[in-house]
Ligand binder design. Structure first.
Ligand code: ZN
Length: 148
């Protein structure tokens, strides 16, 4: 952006007054020249795919919450098992809840296009669900959209 060199001043494009050639901000009208310098930043590909994938992963994770919550809450009441077996059922329910939390987190990160690795891990947990599988694929193929 260097015009005829050697000149110490130029005219402000906004107010027309003389200002220092390398001034960042016009002292008269406040026109900010740094914005112009920052303008040609290469734009990221704005794809909706990670968002769609994240939503699908979150929906799929709700299945974990539903099943896990039911198992953890009801235990022996539903299955009529002995105390030890109901403990196993409750433990399985809690494990499913944890899987739900992980996949929910992955879905949220996918929507925010942050932490690609965690988004993928969250998607892996919901593979048993067809929605989760589609979501994982959508997130995986839009890796470029994520902040690195
Ligand atoms: Zn000015």
């Amino acid at each position: 952006m260097q015009a005829s060199g050697g000149q110490g001043t130029r005219n402000c494009v906004s107010c027309g007054r003389q200002i220092a050639f390398d001034a960042n901000v016009c002292p008269f009208c406040g026109h900010d020249y740094r914005m112009q310098m920052m303008a040609p930043v290469p734009q990221k590909k704005d794809s909706g795919m990670p968002v769609a994938g994240g939503v699908l992963i979150i929906i799929a994770s709700l299945g974990y919450f539903l099943v896990g919550g039911l198992m953890a809450a009801s235990g022996s009441v539903v299955f009529g098992l002995s105390l030890g077996a109901s403990g196993v059922v409750v433990a399985c329910g809690v494990l499913l809840l944890l899987l739900g939390v992980m996949s929910l987190l992955g879905g949220i990160f996918a929507i925010q296009k942050r932490h690609f690795g965690i988004a993928i891990i969250g998607g892996l947990f919901v593979i048993p669900s067809i929605l989760g599988l589609i979501g994982l694929i959508l997130v995986a193929i839009s890796k470029d959209s994520f902040e690195s």
